[in-house]
Design a protein around this ligand. Structure first.
Ligand code: ADP
Ligand code: MG
Length: 243
């Protein structure tokens, strides 16, 4: 479903992705981890073309992102993205947050968008809050709304960039629970996270990035957690610090 072929990216003279190749298949849950500044956010932003690349190729559902002829807004509408800081529209109600892009980007009628959005709001357990504004919700609730909003677009893949790292500890679980249920339903997911409990429980694969934007490991969950001696020294060092 997603293929990166020898992707490199620079900010000015600084290389932030270095020859990154990876494949993500339909239904897979891939966790991306690694030290701060290693390019994890940049890597997943390239998958919906929020960040352009200077070298290599990226394919999403057989569409070449590196091709200037590709309709990027259309592609982005099919790739759900959830950020660390929720990024809900603060001046819009929860329902309006859920419907805006469905109407503007997908051309759905407001009624259809509401019906669809509220189904997902129900699924993340927040239907009672449909008329509130983001500022009236806790961080965990806002992030669940952000997930429902992304799902309302019927994405073919969901990208998560540290979705729980801005949350108070007591709210991490409710967001992870939503992500676990999505994974179990077969959603294709790429998740940047340091939540190794999540990685252990639901991921199929783990990609470890190292400073300089290199993919140092790309292996199955069982290889990643079960066989530390086979891992790179930098990976073991990282795991020792966070586990
Ligand atoms: P991570 O998510 O792993 O912490 P990032 O992808 O955010 O890493 O960043 C990778 C590198 O790119 C870092 O060195 C960061 O400082 C740099 N970087 C990120 N965004 C920009 C930007 N817009 N302009 C210049 N440098 C950036
Ligand atoms: Mg990041």
């Amino acid at each position: 479903m997603i293929e990166l072929k020898q992707v490199s990216k620079w900010y000015g003279a600084v290389q932030v992705l270095n020859d990154c190749s990876a494949q993500i298949h339909k239904g897979e849950v891939v966790v991306v981890c690694g030290p701060s500044g290693s390019g994890k956010s940049t890597l997943i932003k390239t998958i919906n073309a929020l960040e352009p690349i200077q070298q290599g190729e990226i394919w999403v559902d057989s569409i070449p992102l590196h091709d200037p002829k590709t309709n990027l807004p259309k592609l982005r509408s099919r790739v759900g993205m959830v950020f660390q800081h929720f990024e809900l529209f603060p001046h819009l109600s929860v329902t309006e947050n859920l419907t805006l892009a469905q109407v503007k980007v997908l051309g759905r009628s407001l009624d259809e968008a509401k019906k669809h959005g509220l189904e997902y709001l129900e699924r993340v357990g927040l239907i009672a809050h449909k008329d509130k504004f983001p500022g009236q919700l806790s961080g965990g609730q806002q992030q669940r709304v952000a997930i429902a909003r992304a799902l309302s677009m019927d994405p073919i893949v969901m990208l998560f960039d540290e979705p729980t790292s801005a949350l108070d500890p007591e709210m991490v679980g409710e967001v992870l629970d939503v992500m676990v249920s999505l994974a179990k339903e077969g959603m294709t997911m790429v998740v940047v996270t340091h939540e190794m409990g999540f990685a252990r429980k639901v991921s199929n694969r783990v990609i470890f990035m190292d400073v300089g934007g290199r993919i140092l490991e790309d292996c199955s969950r069982d290889e990643f957690f079960g066989n530390p001696d086979a891992r790179q020294p930098r990976t073991r060092e990282f795991l020792d610090k966070i586990l």
